[in-house]
Design a binder for this molecule. Structure first.
Ligand code: NDP
Length: 255
């Protein structure tokens, strides 16, 4: 069967590389995000490589928009059997004086979005009696960090959702896993570096070097390394892997 994949946050960074990799594997891919120019660029790149792609504008924090997006993908490509919940946001603030709006924004973007999109897509996988759900979590799903209370709580939540759902969906041949990257070389990390440099006396070069040192390998992870694990998880031979949280972090976290 030719699989249909939906990748949230497919317009840039990790999501773009995963979307393109799944298309190269022969899947029809729906590239979902809010910025039209980004998703159209990625979909066009997939088509240029001979693949099939659909760009779908959707804010994954809005259930109504998700319902419309999922229906559009199903009409164009058929039932979705591979879901990559990758869209996310990472803003930081110290806990003293933490803005409530920031808390809600992080929970919405990183956790509620995964809940809503998965809820909209899972019935198709249950019907197909086959599915792959891959949640792009973070090492912040496993450890705490300074100034990232909201992001950390949201990503810990993604891990809880992953594990509970793996148990509930096992009877339908649906696997549910999380990938937990350390700092990845993407626009999100570029923004984090700029923000940290603006708040400290460090230059952007120094901040980048500090983030690199968080990995035992003294480097940032590439989006391709994260995509490699996602590709592995969609294979039929990966059917025994479910409820897992796989770190891609140069050995920074060992559980
Ligand atoms: P980027 O900021 O580079 O890309 C994020 C993507 O998500 C964009 O396409 C963005 O598009 C989309 N997105 C964000 N919010 C929404 C929304 N509400 N609705 C729809 N799409 C949305 O991030 P990365 O590629 O670096 O990160 C991808 C995932 O990996 C995130 O979940 C992140 O938390 C996680 N991660 C990243 C790490 C890193 O170091 N970069 C480390 C560990 C985990 P648009 O704004 O146009 O909607």
């Amino acid at each position: 069967m030719r699989q249909v994949a939906l990748v949230t946050g497919g317009g840039r960074g990790i999501g773009e590389v995963i979307a393109r990799a799944l298309a190269r594997k022969g899947m029809r891919v729906a590239v979902v995000a809010r910025t039209v120019s980004d998703i159209e660029r990625v979909a066009a790149a997939i088509r240029e490589e001979g693949g099939q792609a659909l760009s779908v504008v959707c804010d994954v924090t809005r259930p109504d928009a998700i319902a419309a997006a999922v229906a559009e993908v199903q009409r164009a490509f058929g039932p979705i059997t591979v879901l990559v919940n990758n869209a996310g946001a990472a803003d930081s603030h110290k806990f003293l004086g933490h803005p409530d709006a920031l808390w809600h924004r992080m929970i919405d973007a990183n956790l509620n979005s995964v809940y809503y999109v998965t809820k909209a897509v899972v019935p198709m996988m249950v019907e197909a009696r086959w599915g792959r759900i891959i949640n792009i979590a973070s090492i912040a799903s496993k450890i705490g960090g300074k100034y990232v209370v909201a992001y950390t709580a949201s990503k810990h939540g993604v891990l809880g959702l992953t594990r509970a759902l793996a148990v509930e969906l096992v009877a339908y041949n649906i696997t549910v896993n999380a990938i937990c990257p350390g700092y990845v070389d993407t626009p999100m990390t570029d923004r984090a570096i700029t923000n940290i440099a603006a708040r400290t006396r460090m230059s952007e070069v120094e901040v980048r070097a500090t983030l690199e040192k968080l990995s035992l390998q003294n480097r940032l992870i590439t989006p391709e390394e994260v995509a490699h694990v996602a590709l592995m998880l969609v294979d039929d031979e990966a059917r025994g892997i479910t409820g897992q949280a796989i770190n891609v972090d140069g050995g920074a976290v060992m559980f």
